[in-house]
Design a protein around this ligand. Structure first.
Ligand code: B4P
Length: 193
């Protein structure tokens, strides 16, 4: 089993590149952002709670997100491996993920961190806001999300760096160029399926 964390600030291309990785390596994709948006759409209790945070550009509480992830791993025992997209976003989530995987006899193999300058992030997210209708893609909320990333999430890279699993990649090229950089790293562990 090969387990990858795709890491980076909001708008760095985690969701976009997850799709490319999925197509090439047939890993199972777990995006906490997508899972939370599905719950919001269903207007479930979890979704209504999560929406309060997401609409403000804040992280959803750890216990809500960790519970969701555990279920998704259990539902896919035959997976070749997992892409964790947008998770973990706090050191608490990282420790919980490590424990969860250890319990299942596996671990994170690699964290790829996409580095993109802030001005480019804002530009991409404002553009996505026009087409996606996402309530968190306006300038005020984007600024809050980037701030949350710096205060709570950026430190998660250190967690995996101390385990020698972190690789930083330039994420400001076009989608194909960035995917070539990602593929070069994953190929060291796994062949395309
Ligand atoms: P997410 O859904 O994870 O989304 P994101 O960080 O905004 O975007 P991503 O990096 O995936 O960017 P994308 O590929 O779409 O989070 C949303 C919210 O959910 C959070 O703010 C939080 O409230 C909550 N949440 C999620 N996970 C959580 C967790 N673990 N704990 C607590 N709360 C959590 O790319 C953005 C845009 O750029 C797209 O339009 C794309 O087309 C474009 N783009 C991508 N790559 C490009 C490139 N190379 N060149 C030009 N444009 C590019």
């Amino acid at each position: 089993m090969f387990n990858l964390i795709l890491f980076g600030p909001p708008g760095s291309g985690k969701g976009t590149q997850s799709q490319n990785i999925l197509d090439t390596y047939k890993l199972h994709h777990i995006s906490t952002g997508d899972l939370l948006r599905e719950e919001v759409k269903k207007e479930s209790t979890l979704g209504l709670e999560a929406k309060k945070y997401m609409d403000q550009g804040l992280l959803v509480p750890d216990e809500v997100v960790i519970g969701m992830i555990s279920g998704k791993i259990d539902e896919n025992p035959e997976a070749r491996g997992f892409i964790f997209d947008g998770f973990p976003r706090t050191t608490e989530q990282a420790s919980a993920l490590d424990k969860l995987l250890e319990f299942k006899g596996t671990e994170i193999d690699l964290m790829l961190s996409l580095e993109v300058p802030e001005a480019e992030l804002v530009k991409r997210l404002l553009h996505r806001g026009v087409t996606s209708g996402r309530s968190d893609d306006n300038e005020e909320v984007i600024t809050k999300r980037i701030k949350e990333y710096h205060t709570k999430t950026a430190v998660v890279a250190d967690h995996y760096n101390t385990q020698s699993k972190l690789v930083n990649l330039k994420g400001d090229g076009d989608i194909e160029t960035t995917f070539r950089l990602i593929k070069k790293e994953i190929d060291k562990y796994l062949q395309p399926a």
